[in-house]
Design a protein around this ligand. Structure first.
Ligand code: GTR
Length: 331
């Protein structure tokens, strides 16, 4: 009798302990918001989803990353970055062109014709100097998780553009970043800094004549519908960045931080593969939609136009530029 009462008491205690533990685990799940300007299915968005899946796996359900695609949080990356800085949003995927306004060293990527090719860019991003740039986001209030591919950006407009002279006196949208303003002005156009979410109607209503971006973005923002001329001068290769709020990061345990880093690192190859496939598909789709695509065989006039700007800006990035040069493919 005494023995069975003891067993019952023990069983009750075990059940209570179990309930307590389950309660703790349920309570302990942390939800982190991730902001993405592109819609579902876009290469960076697919990478965000993969990141969320891996974070869930590596934290054994302890952290849930909620991806908000299509600019649901904001279609303005500047606003998103500000929110990440104060910890209101935990994570975001943005262009390094946008983040450059918050961390000056990232502006090296806003120097036109910086990389010879995609391979050159990745050789740098994967190098110690490229990875250090992610770590160096910390003083700006961010934790850099990984780089993604953002292809090459070219000009597109609602009027025929065939050569650099055609940019003269026209209004082109740029991301809000002083260096990008200077770049467009060096090429002869007037730069209009504006959030990506406003560009479609600005072209449609003639507030601007054109903008510049990679082929996948022409599709995801529907810009090909209002700007039918695409001049493939490929003046910029701006890597995309997955990054986090340092305020939120500092609240995580070391194990959680390691899990997030591991998850992010593992999404890079995944994103690059999705990007490469979609880049070709996007260009074909734009062509099929009646876009007039002008390849630029000789980029010399474009390069000449920004020569002075590059000379003026280069001293700010001396060390990084040296690392980039060392990795330049031999001709
Ligand atoms: C895209 C990039 C976006 C956004 C956009 C822009 O290529 O993926 O994150 O920065 O360009 O021009 O604002």
């Amino acid at each position: 009798m005494k023995h069975s009462r003891h067993v019952v008491r023990l069983a009750v205690m075990c059940v209570m302990a179990l309930v307590f533990c389950i309660g703790l685990t349920a309570q302990a799940q942390m939800v982190l918001k991730l902001s993405e300007i592109h819609p579902q299915g876009y290469p960076t968005e697919l990478a965000d989803e993969e990141f969320a899946r891996l974070v869930n796996l590596y934290t054994k359900g302890g952290i849930k990353v909620d991806v908000f695609p299509g600019g649901q949080i904001s279609g303005d990356e500047k606003v998103v970055i500000e929110q990440v800085k104060i910890g209101a949003i935990a994570i975001a995927r943005v262009s390094s062109g946008a983040l450059g306004s918050f961390n000056a060293q990232l502006n090296v990527f806003s120097l036109p014709f910086l990389f010879d090719s995609k391979e050159h860019m990745w050789a740098f991003l994967n190098s110690p100097a490229g990875q250090k740039m992610l770590a160096d986001l910390a003083p700006s209030g961010f934790v850099g998780l990984c780089w993604y591919d953002g292809g090459a950006r070219s000009f597109y407009a609602n009027y025929p553009i065939n050569k650099i002279e055609d940019l003269k006196g026209k209004k082109y949208r740029v991301m809000p970043n002083n260096l990008l303003v200077k770049m467009v002005e060096a090429m002869g156009a007037s730069a209009v800094p504006m959030a990506a979410g406003q560009v479609f109607s600005a072209i449609q209503t003639g507030v601007i004549d054109g903008a510049e971006n990679n082929p996948p973005s022409l599709i995801s923002f529907n810009h090909y519908q209002v700007a039918k001329h695409y001049l493939l001068d490929e003046h910029l290769r701006l890597p995309e960045v997955l990054f986090m709020s340092k305020i939120v990061w500092d609240k995580l345990s070391k194990d959680q931080q390691d899990a997030l880093r591991k998850a992010a690192a593992e999404t890079v190859a995944f994103q690059r593969q999705k990007w490469d496939a979609y880049e070709i598909e996007a260009l074909n789709k734009i062509k099929a939609e009646g876009e007039i695509i002008i390849p630029v065989a000789d980029k010399t006039p474009f390069k000449n136009a920004v020569k002075q700007l590059i000379a003026e800006e280069s001293p700010k990035f001396a060390e990084t530029l040296k690392a980039i040069d060392t990795l330049r493919p031999k001709k």
